[in-house]
Design a protein around this ligand. Structure first.
Ligand SMILES: [Zn+2]
Length: 253
């Protein structure tokens, strides 16, 4: 289910049925529903969402009839098979040269391998995230706090209490609590890339995400390809400033 189509239609009904003062909040709540990575958590959140907004009869009725009890219910992230958009992405992106294969430290003793196609921008974002606070459990589960769409804001520190709450979302009593406690991204690193996952929406669409890359880099399972390394960009040569633009006479070749 295409998210643009979903939102275009939801928006029409929000304007029609939801009082102005509630619109911002109901949009935020629907966005939380959309990113949920797990179907049982989705059902839980849906139940709390319905209780919270049941007084908006017309909207709730429309929402459940059209987007839940219907063939169009597969729009939340947990209903999308990981990597679903991968093929489309490659076709739309078109630039296979930008996509890399297997930069794992593959050795006989440490056979963490398999193919991982990572575009340049993801390598760069991952390097920018390397120093963000994270909490690691059992050398294989990584937690980061969500940025809530504010890419430039600083990521909050992950606490054990946050992890406890995140792990017991199924017992939330209100949508407000659910929304607050759905505050983390969780990466689980398995025996190889195919058995590793992240709870974020990007991972669902592409089978990779910056969180997973950072986890693999921290475990030294993979290395940043030299051509995408940010360290290379701040090398000595770059201190001389940008190369001067070639004059018209030089542009012929
Ligand atoms: Zn992720």
């Amino acid at each position: 289910m295409c998210s643009v189509y979903l939102w275009r239609n939801l928006e029409k009904r929000i304007v029609l049925h939801v009082p102005v003062d509630n619109r911002k909040e109901i949009r935020e709540d629907l966005k939380v529903l959309e990113i949920i990575h797990d179907s049982s958590l989705f059902l839980k959140a849906l139940d709390l969402f319905e209780k919270k907004w049941e007084h908006l009869n017309a909207f709730i009725e429309y929402f459940f009839d059209t987007w839940i009890n219907s063939p169009f219910k597969n729009w939340y992230r947990g209903s999308i098979q990981p990597g679903f958009s991968n093929t489309n992405n490659l076709i739309e992106g078109g630039l296979l040269e930008d996509v890399l294969t297997d930069y794992s430290n593959k050795t006989e003793e440490d056979p963490f391998s398999n193919e991982l196609f990572i575009p340049e921008d993801v390598w760069k974002k991952a390097q920018g995230m390397l120093s963000d606070d994270c909490l690691i459990k059992d050398q294989s589960i990584f937690y980061w706090t969500r940025l809530n769409g504010l890419e430039r804001s600083k990521r909050k520190k992950v606490t054990n209490q946050m992890i406890t709450k995140f792990s017991s979302l199924q017992r939330s009593r209100s949508f407000a609590n659910f929304k607050m406690d759905y505050s983390l991204w969780r990466v689980k690193v398995g025996e190889n890339i195919n058995y590793s996952s992240c709870s974020c929406p990007k991972f669902r669409s592409y089978n990779y995400c910056k969180h997973l890359i950072v986890a693999l880099l921290k475990l030294k399972k993979i290395e940043v390809p030299i051509q995408y390394s940010l360290k290379k960009i701040v090398s000595k040569n770059s201190k001389r400033g940008r190369p001067k633009k070639a004059g018209p006479a030089l542009e012929t070749d």
